[in-house]
Design a protein around this ligand. Structure first.
Ligand SMILES: [Zn+2]
Length: 320
């Protein structure tokens, strides 16, 4: 007993500093476990459409350069009719696969499954036709991203698609963190078409603050629904705004302490195996879950479904 006590006293000084190291290690480990992770996915590309400032090739290169600069491995969801069905567009999509990014399916012509004019059979043909093109690309995955994030308004379409994807061995490539980058991109293009020399810094600031607001709001929603951080899967588009400022978006996430993961790793999380009973039309998986589990107007819901109206209003006030 006595010996043990002496040993204890003798090693106390050592224990104290050792304890400090252990505690520091624990804090660091917890911090890295707690760090919010993000997988980046980009829809509707590659785009051969002309825009101000950059050619389609330059836009594609700028996006890939930003990803490469920050070591981010992303996914491109191909709408083949936007370019990949032609050799020059196929080359742009192939550059993604060659750079180690994943390639997913986002139809041929981006039809809306919720439209009464679009039949389930026609919609499925769009996916199969796109698959024929993308299955020859490096990085090809059997991942389907619903156009407009709309999964159908009738049980025939909702269940029909769930069955179809299963048969085709495809997964629903859910989005958890939805953004309205497309809306601010429209604004950017309109401003530049009117005046190619326009100062677009306010649009860049609006875009970055929009992304930050959505990221924080969806993180909070994940906590409300799951009681934890989930690997967030963010949707943005293959467009001019990201060709110009994707690097700034990534840098902002790093400043916020978020870490990047691959879409493949994110999709292994149990939350992405769920199939919500009530799909929220055109919304993220988290909003679909909220629709089943939370009151319709839960705290902060307006800023998650506003299509970037808040930022557009603020820009208008600044005279943009
Ligand atoms: Zn789309």
């Amino acid at each position: 007993m006595a010996t043990k006590l002496t040993d204890f006293c003798m090693t106390r000084a050592f224990d104290k500093s050792f304890l400090k190291v252990i505690l520091l290690f624990a804090v660091l480990t917890t911090a890295s476990v707690r760090a919010q992770t993000l997988a980046l996915t980009m829809d509707d590309g590659p785009q051969l459409e002309q825009t101000p400032m950059l050619s389609p090739q330059q836009r594609n290169q700028a996006i890939l350069a930003a990803l490469s600069k920050y070591g981010v491995s992303a996914a491109l969801f191909v709408t083949a009719g936007n370019g990949a069905d032609r050799p020059e567009g196929y080359a742009l999509a192939k550059a993604w696969g060659d750079a180690g990014h994943a390639i997913g399916n986002h139809t041929m012509t981006h039809p809306d499954l919720n439209s009464e004019k679009v039949s389930l059979a026609d919609y499925q043909k769009e996916i199969l036709d796109c698959d024929k093109i993308i299955s020859t690309l490096p990085g090809y995955q059997k991942w389907y991203r619903f156009t407009y994030l709309r999964e159908g308004k009738t049980p025939e379409k909702i269940d029909g698609m769930r069955q179809f994807l299963k048969q085709q061995n495809y997964r629903n490539a859910y989005v958890s963190l939805d953004t309205s980058d497309w809306r601010l991109n429209e604004e950017l293009i309109a401003v530049l078409k009117k005046n190619p020399q326009a100062d677009v810094t306010p649009i860049k600031q609006a875009y970055l603050s929009h992304i930050r607001q959505r990221a924080e709001a969806y993180r909070k929603l994940a906590f409300t629904l799951q009681g934890r951080d989930i690997p967030q899967v963010m949707l943005i588009h293959h467009n001019l705004i990201n060709a110009l400022w994707l690097g700034d978006v990534i840098a902002q996430f790093k400043d916020m302490g978020w870490k990047f993961t691959t879409p493949a790793a994110a999709f292994t999380d149990t939350v992405y195996q769920l199939t919500p009973r009530n799909t929220a039309t055109g919304q993220s998986l988290l909003l679909s879950m909220a629709k089943s589990l939370l009151p319709a107007k839960f705290e902060g819901w307006e800023r998650l479904v506003d299509d970037g109206d808040f930022e557009i209003e603020a820009l208008k006030k600044q005279g943009q």
